[in-house]
Design a protein around this ligand. Structure first.
Ligand code: OAD
Length: 250
């Protein structure tokens, strides 16, 4: 059993705020926990998506080949959910920091587009976007949350459309990945928020930053793969951690 997330002010917030205020190059890496307070389920928490759904049946290229309608049905539900939710103030704070810190990169594993909706522009979306669909055969893609139907087809070539996300066993978008690792190498502070740190290659960004001498700040109500290496661990939710850091801004 996981313990209840603490909402009490994290002791490390003032230290983290001082490091962030002095940072010339910040890399922020977010996972599903960043969106939890907007109302989206995470994957590996007790009530997470992977406790109810089998990723092998829904989030692999093989699953899509076997049963595209079933895969699309799950993605249709997730796309519909996106239309009902909003970014929270934590997303908006990160968007504001982008203007303050000279070299700022936000890397996310999230496919919900909430960072963009909150105003962030320097965002690398390593796992794609729920609100896109692309052709399995040609470069055609559709952006938007329109209902595409049970088994949508490409208007250019007639082949099947698939969700524009990265599935297990697939390569990540190369240019985004390379830019993310560049940012991890350059940064003097790495801030990691709401990820369990078990999915590669995103998890390696933190190791890369540490190897290049960055300080590591983590915000997560539960320990993750990174917590033992964190210089400051704010054991609280994304929203309360980011608010606390902002409150302590020197
Ligand atoms: P996980 O579900 O693995 O981890 C979510 C993390 O968020 C956990 O460490 C939680 O403790 C933390 N958390 C929960 N509520 C939080 C809150 N309110 N504030 C902050 N943190 C909170 O999600 P990811 O690490 O993002 O990939 O998962 C990585 C990838 O695995 C996903 O992008 C997805 C999934 O399979 C694909 O589908 C390819």
């Amino acid at each position: 059993m996981q313990s209840d997330p603490s909402s009490s002010p994290p002791a490390d917030a003032s230290t983290a705020a001082a490091w962030l205020a002095a940072s010339r190059a910040l890399c922020v890496s977010t996972g599903a926990g960043m969106s939890a307070e907007s109302g989206l389920a995470t994957f590996r928490d007790v009530d997470g998506l992977w406790s109810k759904f089998n990723p092998a049946e829904l989030a692999t290229p093989e699953a899509f080949l076997r049963d595209p309608c079933k895969v699309w049905e799950w993605y249709r539900l997730r796309r519909a959910r996106l239309a009902q939710i909003e970014p929270h103030d934590g997303h908006r704070l990160l968007a504001a920091w982008e203007a303050r810190i000279p070299d700022f990169t936000l890397v996310t594993q999230n496919v919900d587009g909430l960072h963009h909706r909150a105003g962030s522009r320097r965002v690398l979306e390593l796992h794609g976007r729920l609100d896109t669909a692309r052709c399995i055969a040609c470069p055609f893609q559709i952006v938007g949350l329109d209902d595409l139907g049970e088994d949508p087809r490409c208007t250019e070539c007639g082949q099947r459309l698939r969700p524009g996300v990265v599935w297990f066993g697939e390569a990540l978008p190369q240019s985004q990945l390379a830019a993310a690792f560049d940012a991890a190498e350059r940064c003097d502070v790495m801030l990691v928020i709401g990820t369990s740190g078990v999915v590669q290659p995103a998890a390696s960004l933190v190791d890369t930053a540490l190897q290049h001498g960055a300080r590591l700040i983590e915000i997560n109500p539960h320990p993750s793969a990174f917590s033992g290496s964190a210089d400051a661990f704010l054991r609280c939710t994304a929203l309360s951690g980011l608010r606390e850091i902002e409150r302590h801004r020197p």
